[in-house]
Design a protein around this ligand. Structure first.
Ligand code: CTP
Length: 418
């Protein structure tokens, strides 16, 4: 349900704009308040009158309408919303969002907002596939834009392919997912007074001053977990390797490069009640990093001697005064996922492990979804080696995995306090 939630719906100029009428109706049925900005091009496809009848509110259009500016400035429009939804998100409005243009009310509100934004792209398949659109979307995703669709199918222009706007029911589900777990202002935050530490992203291990060893971790999962813990009130430190993501709001971010720097930053962030290690720490570093750029001196390729990096998760989980009460790790596995994760949990000494099935069939690697098995319960080496509690989650977006985990962490501490 969306009771009390406020959606600012931006309708841009695409043939799919007619689907917004249905979307508004469904949002209102679920108790959301909807306010609309209709762009000049959007008004060629749907009328302000039909939107206004369905929202029960006036429809905003011109940036320099004096009465609108006096009654409801563009800053206020986005400040009053819990979520901004751009549907249809045309190639044009995505391009203007990516480049910070703000020559109408819609783009001005989008640039002025600090609220989450969800876009439902809709355009011709060639426009969707054009490198300009791909680059704009990559930039927008890196800045935190969420998208739903487009779908594949027959298009208004008689072509087939990706570009059809997601259906109202799909957009509605994405709106519900975007808003789930976002506590209203003033709500009780179950992790208030708790301290959280999260590692995220890859590490970079220098070979010489210009080269390094690293991996493809995006940091999306770790950043989402840090944001979800902070949203529940935890005072959160995010220790991150180099990523192209924006800093999540409301928490402390410590940027590091190497595994050794990550370990030192984690130790400096203690004490913490909960630590979640989501970073893809490089297992090895180069022994004896060259002080100067290594040259091709005719002697053939150099031999790199490697030494093992510290295990940050295992080191945080080691018994001692500063051990966080709850230490959570990840296990990326491609076969015998649960069995290997159970063994990894025992080896590293952490309390919970989120086993992530990264076999090709799950599409996890590089994707936005994760298939998780949460392994909790008393560790195998306590007493009679009880069966671990394994909870299998359906494939979920990384944001949803983060929210579920933060909810489980809150429930754990609530149980401890009871
Ligand atoms: N981890 C860590 N420090 C390391 C290596 C791993 O903190 N030097 C953490 C990761 O953040 C993750 C967990 O340990 O939470 C498991 O990482 P994974 O790469 O799955 O395991 P490895 O220890 O690398 O084991 P293996 O390569 O045998 O699967």
């Amino acid at each position: 349900m969306l009771h009390g939630k406020r959606i600012l719906l931006i309708v841009a100029g695409g043939i799919a704009a007619y689907k917004c009428l249905e979307l508004v109706r469904r949002l209102r049925e679920r108790g959301a308040a909807v306010r609309c900005i209709l762009t000049r091009a959007g008004a060629e496809f749907v009328t302000p009158l039909s939107l206004s009848a369905l929202t029960g509110d006036k429809v905003y259009g011109e940036l320099f309408s004096l009465t609108d500016e006096a009654e409801m400035g563009h800053i206020q429009l986005s400040r009053d919303a819990d979520l901004l939804v751009v549907a249809p998100a045309t190639a044009d409005i995505l391009a203007r969002m990516a480049h910070g243009l703000c020559d109408d009310l819609a783009t001005t509100a989008l640039l002025a907002t600090d609220k989450p934004v969800l876009a439902a792209p809709a355009m011709n398949v060639r426009m969707w596939e054009h490198p300009a659109t791909r680059d704009n979307l990559a930039l927008l995703h890196a800045r935190g834009l969420r998208t739903v669709g487009p779908n594949e199918g027959e298009m208004a222009c008689n072509e087939r392919g990706y570009g059809r706007m997601a259906e109202p029911a799909e957009i509605l589900a994405a709106i519900e997912e975007s808003l789930a777990g976002e506590l209203p202002e003033g709500a009780e935050r179950p992790l208030a007074g708790r301290r959280a530490l999260v590692t995220s992203g890859p590490t970079r291990e220098a070979i010489d001053p210009v080269r390094y060893l690293s991996n493809h971790s995006s940091g999306k999962q770790g950043h989402a977990i840090a944001a979800a813990l902070a949203a529940l009130g935890a005072e959160t430190t995010l220790v991150s390797g180099p990523v192209a993501l924006p800093d999540p709001p409301g928490l402390k971010v410590v940027r590091v490069e190497s595994a050794e720097e990550m370990l030192a930053a984690c130790q400096a962030a203690l004490p913490a009640d909960v630590a979640v290690c989501a970073a893809a720490v490089a297992d090895w570093r180069v022994a004896g990093v060259a002080g100067q750029k290594m040259k091709k001196d005719g002697g053939g390729p150099p031999q790199l001697a490697l030494s093992e990096n510290p295990d940050i998760l295992a080191s945080l989980a080691r018994p001692g005064n500063l051990r966080p009460r709850l230490v959570v790790g990840f296990a990326a596995e491609t076969e015998r996922v649960v069995e290997q994760a159970v063994a990894k949990r025992a080896r590293k000494g952490c309390d919970w492990i989120l086993a992530n099935d990264v076999s090709a069939s799950t599409g996890t690697f590089g994707g936005d979804r994760n298939t998780i098995h949460l392994i909790a319960g008393p560790p195998a080496d306590e007493g009679s080696a009880p069966d671990p509690q394994v909870e299998s989650w359906p494939p979920l977006s990384k944001t949803e995995v983060a929210r579920r985990l933060a909810g489980r962490v809150a429930a754990f501490f609530a149980g401890e306090a009871a």
